[in-house]
Design a protein around this ligand. Structure first.
Ligand SMILES: Nc1ncnc2c1ncn2[C@@H]1O[C@H](COP(=O)(O)OP(=O)(O)OP(=O)(O)O)[C@@H](O)[C@H]1O
Ligand SMILES: [Mg+2]
Length: 152
């Protein structure tokens, strides 16, 4: 059985769709909440401005967290207490050595969280083989659209 039951929000592996505007980006993120079981990891890929934080804000908002969700670039990890449990938002962009993440006891933090969204987490893909990977992209010449593709 798949660790991630089919949900209209979470695309099939290989599937993609277009999201028009930040509100649709948020709503797509929100729709993932029911598809991600407790302690799930979700990996996000995507260049600057691709909509990673917007999607994450929608997802964490769907768990009942009503305050602002911001990029954890400098903090490395943001932990949001939600009514559904702790949500982690990890940005590994500045991490030079994956050992730095292990030393933060990331594994235990993830295990004790409702869900963990990890940006720039390629080095952890093998550690969490069941975790979906979403790639977010701009579309040429279309300012107000992003494409989301589920790579795994
Ligand atoms: N589907 C979308 N269509 C159009 N604009 C969007 C969409 N999703 C997000 N945006 C807008 O794009 C901008 C960048 O979004 P966001 O901050 O979520 O990107 P990011 O991937 O987190 O960027 P960074 O790498 O800088 O942290 C914001 O102004 C946001 O409102
Ligand atoms: Mg961001």
């Amino acid at each position: 059985m798949s660790a991630f039951p089919v949900d209209p929000g979470l695309l099939e592996p290989g599937g993609s769709r277009q999201l028009r505007g930040p509100e649709e980006q948020r709503r797509f993120g929100a729709s993932l909440a029911t598809a991600l079981p407790p302690a799930a990891v979700l990996f996000l890929e995507g260049e600057l401005g691709a909509g990673k934080t917007t999607l994450t804000a929608g997802l964490i908002g769907a768990l009942g967290f009503v305050e602002a969700v911001t990029s954890p670039t400098y903090a490395l990890i943001h932990a949001y207490p939600t009514p559904a449990g702790r949500a982690l938002h990890v940005d590994a962009y500045r991490v030079r050595d994956v050992q730095e993440l292990y030393e933060l006891d990331l594994e235990d933090l993830i295990a004790g969280s409702r869900l963990s969204v990890i940006e720039w987490g390629e080095r952890l893909y093998d550690d969490y083989p069941d975790a979906p990977i979403l790639r977010l992209e701009h579309l040429d010449g279309e300012e107000d659209v992003r494409r989301v593709t589920r790579l795994r």
